[in-house]
Design a protein around this ligand. Structure first.
Ligand SMILES: NC(=O)c1ccc[n+]([C@@H]2O[C@H](COP(=O)([O-])OP(=O)(O)OC[C@H]3O[C@@H](n4cnc5c(N)ncnc54)[C@H](O)[C@@H]3O)[C@@H](O)[C@H]2O)c1
Length: 329
């Protein structure tokens, strides 16, 4: 049995619930600075609750901590967890700078604990099939990868929780870093690292520091091209999609978080349907990793890649020019 604590109970409540529903996992404790939220979540889910992370870290019945606080706190809290000997899973993005990500990667390595980042779209069957198909050449030579979303986020959304969303310090960016990081992670998984990045970011219709319209054009070492478009200014949540094609076929993933997709090319849909996806979420992935020794879908180095690309997009946007991109630290 793998025993979890969850710190930060906004989206973290959803992950705490998931732990209670997953075979081989047990929810020992939830943590939030907001005492009422911590108590209610603990009571609802039938686990202990505390308001100070150190009280969870002192417990011998906690193996893994899921860090679900505002993004700019993931590494500071994650390092404390690693130093207490706990395995660490952060929600997306891993943190707001690569410098912070490197600190957590180093702390986890020094402590000998597992480190991962929770990108739920990595467990969606369609996305696993497309990533495998691209890796194994089933779509032929990759030509174009494109991710885009048009969503709505209200002024109330940005005012929530003391106003950390839409700030550089705690959100690390806007529509691309927060909502879009799922899609940027998918594009990196599908297409690999680009060698050149041109970014555009603008704040057009919210009173926030970070972009509500973000875009990037990418060029890959094999000549393929990529595109990213993400906005929180649309009147409603219209779509969240990932599209890739190569010389032999293409897949338009109309809903990247659930996997609805259209397939193009001879026998492509049938070929992809044979690709297996044994793990359905990050909790199953952690249980498998700790009990069977499998690798996490998104470990610390993999999670850092999205933060590195985001940094390059924002730098390019500020400088108004394309940049050479090198992801590895
Ligand atoms: N995977 C997803 O689809 C998904 C969805 C939403 C949010 N997120 C991520 O989850 C994180 C949190 O976002 P949210 O929308 O849940 O935010 P939120 O503001 O709703 O919740 C954050 C919670 O963390 C608590 N907190 C802050 N500092 C703490 C500390 N030091 N110790 C204990 N508790 C602390 C706050 O009291 C709050 O309850 C962000 O990194 C965000 O990107 C992921």
């Amino acid at each position: 049995m793998v025993r979890f604590a969850v710190v930060g109970l906004g989206m973290g409540r959803n992950r705490a619930q998931l732990i209670t529903e997953t075979a081989g996992a047990e929810l020992a404790c939830v943590v939030d600075l907001n005492e009422e939220l911590a108590r209610k979540t603990g009571q609802d889910l039938g686990c202990d609750w505390v308001t100070d992370l150190d009280d969870a870290l002192g417990r011998s019945d906690v193996d893994v901590v899921m860090v679900m606080t505002p993004s700019g706190l993931h590494v500071d809290l994650g390092v404390r967890c690693a130093q207490a000997g706990k395995h660490v899973i952060t929600t997306k993005p891993m943190d707001v700078t690569t410098e912070a990500c490197d600190r957590l990667i180093a702390a986890a390595e020094a402590a000998g604990v597992v480190l991962g980042v929770d990108y739920q779209s990595r467990y969606v069957d369609t996305n696993v099939r497309v990533a495998t198909a691209l890796r194994d050449g089933l779509l032929g030579k990759p030509l174009l990868g494109e991710v885009r979303f048009k969503w709505f986020r209200s002024d109330d959304y940005f005012a929530h929780g003391g106003g950390w969303r839409g700030t550089w310090k705690m959100d690390g960016g806007g529509s691309l870093a927060n909502q879009g990081s799922h899609l940027i992670d998918l594009l990196l998984w599908f297409m690999g690292d680009p060698e050149r990045v041109y970014g555009e970011a603008a704040v057009l219709n919210h009173d926030i520091e970070t972009e509500d319209v973000g875009m990037a054009i990418l060029r890959y070492p094999n000549g393929a091209r990529g595109a990213i478009v993400g906005t929180t200014t649309f009147p409603s949540n219209a779509y969240f999609s990932a599209e890739v094609h190569g010389s032999e076929g293409g897949v338009l993933i109309d809903a990247a978080l659930t996997g609805e997709a259209r397939y193009f090319g001879d026998g492509i849909e049938e070929k992809l349907a044979t690709i297996d996806n044994p793990l359905k979420n990050v909790v199953e992935d952690v249980v498998s990793c700790l009990e069977k020794g499998t690798s996490l879908r998104v470990d610390g180095r993999e999670g850092r890649r999205t933060v590195a690309l985001l940094e390059a997009i924002y730098q390019s946007s500020r400088e108004g020019t394309p940049l050479a991109f090198q992801a590895a630290s």
